[in-house]
Design a protein around this ligand. Structure first.
Ligand code: NAD
Length: 349
């Protein structure tokens, strides 16, 4: 065996029902006394911030972190001389905290309320003029994460399902991402197992803690694996589609993932077998399709509002962005066929 695995330094606290105490403790550990709180959902955030020395609350959060939104948040941090950030919310909220940390170096305590997983990566993203730029920087990695599954009990079922499949996409893409190593694959397989158990429970019992906890744990593992393995073909496709056509992030993942799995799995039979075991089915694709159907998640790009005439525009950017070590060679023809099938909502075979 020969590989190098670079762990990201981060404290991870699972504290179901205990976020207020856990967040206060993480802020104390940082020695912070002037916290900028970033949160769009005030009702969810307020109890979490009860024991935190907040100097300013910043509620302006927007999907894909537009540059002007980031600039305003940075100005607020400077104006109030913040010495740390606590963000409470989904990937868009964490993304804004990261945008502030990128230029200020402020440490972040992240309290996620979806399964997006951004809190466990050192990847930032900003959008300007319809183009999303991403980068990797250790400054944006939250110093600590506090996971409290009880904060998710109100996340609507369709959003939970799509967000959970976004997490699953981190796990699946980590199996063959450009830097995927055996540790990433072990984490990703355990993530697939947890999400396969957790997500149907969330749909059956959205206010039950067991499913929420399992899903959150799986989402965390998947994000860690993904951060190390790097963006595989699936994420490159979603990134191009999201940036060009402003499609909803998590739902786009739910639609595209089975098509990428169908393309890659035949080229990596051993990984397919291991993923199938994690899904508890005879093939990884069957497991994913069963799960997606069980969750009632979206199946076509058309239903997400994408115009058929736009498909051709995305082909070359996806080919250009695809990792050179993708298990199945990526050509304009394969991408075109994949996009058409995903747009129509055809079930991949
Ligand atoms: P989001 O943060 O936009 O949240 C989706 C919706 O759910 C919002 O309306 C939000 O207010 C609501 N919501 C959040 N938590 C809730 C709760 N507990 N109860 C009720 N409603 C709740 O969406 P997302 O899917 O979490 O994140 C998507 C963004 O994250 C994208 O911009 C994506 O690029 C980014 N992302 C980044 C990384 C990374 O590593 N940098 C990883 C994954 C996602």
């Amino acid at each position: 065996m020969q590989f190098v695995h670079d762990w990201l330094p981060q404290r991870v606290v699972f504290a179901t029902g205990g976020a207020p105490e856990a967040v206060a403790e993480e802020v104390r550990r940082l020695g912070a006394s002037r916290v900028m709180a970033i949160a769009s959902g005030r009702d969810r955030a307020e109890p979490v911030l009860a024991g935190v020395p907040v100097v300013v609350r910043h509620p302006e959060v927007a999907m894909h972190v537009p540059v002007d939104v980031a600039e305003r948040a940075r100005a607020v941090a400077a104006e109030h001389e913040a010495d740390a950030i606590v963000c409470v919310g989904g990937g868009s909220t964490t993304g804004l905290a990261k945008a502030v940390a990128l230029t200020t170096g402020l440490p972040i305590v992240a309290v996620p309320t979806t399964y997006a997983g951004s809190e466990a990566t050192d990847v930032w993203g900003l959008t300007e003029g319809g183009r999303k730029t991403t980068g990797v920087d250790r400054r944006v990695l939250p110093a600590a994460i506090v996971y409290d599954a009880s904060l998710m009990l109100g996340l609507p079922v369709p959003t939970s399902a799509a967000s959970g499949l976004n997490a699953l996409a981190h796990g699946v893409d980590a199996m063959w991402g450009p830097r995927a190593d055996p540790i990433d694959r072990s984490l990703a397989l355990e993530a697939i197992r947890s999400l396969t158990v957790g997500l149907p429970s969330v749909v059956d019992d959205p206010t039950g803690l067991d499913g929420r906890e399992q899903t959150l744990f799986g989402a965390y593992l998947a994000a860690v694996a993904f951060a190390s393995a790097g963006s595989g073909l699936h994420h490159k496709i979603c990134h191009v589609l999201g940036g060009m056509f402003d499609l909803p992030h998590a739902q786009t993942h739910a639609v595209v993932l089975p098509h990428v799995l169908a393309l890659n799995a035949p080229s990596v039979p051993d990984l397919d077998r291991r993923m199938a075991q994690a899904f508890g089915t005879h093939s990884a694709l069957a497991g994913l399709l069963d799960l997606r159907a069980r969750l009632g998640a979206p199946t076509s790009l058309r239903a997400l509002g994408m115009e058929g005439a736009d498909l051709a525009k995305a082909v070359q950017p996806i080919v250009d962005a695809s990792p050179s070590n993708n298990p199945t060679p990526v050509t304009p023809r394969t991408v075109e066929a994949l996009l058409h099938a995903a747009w129509e909502g055809r079930e991949p075979t």
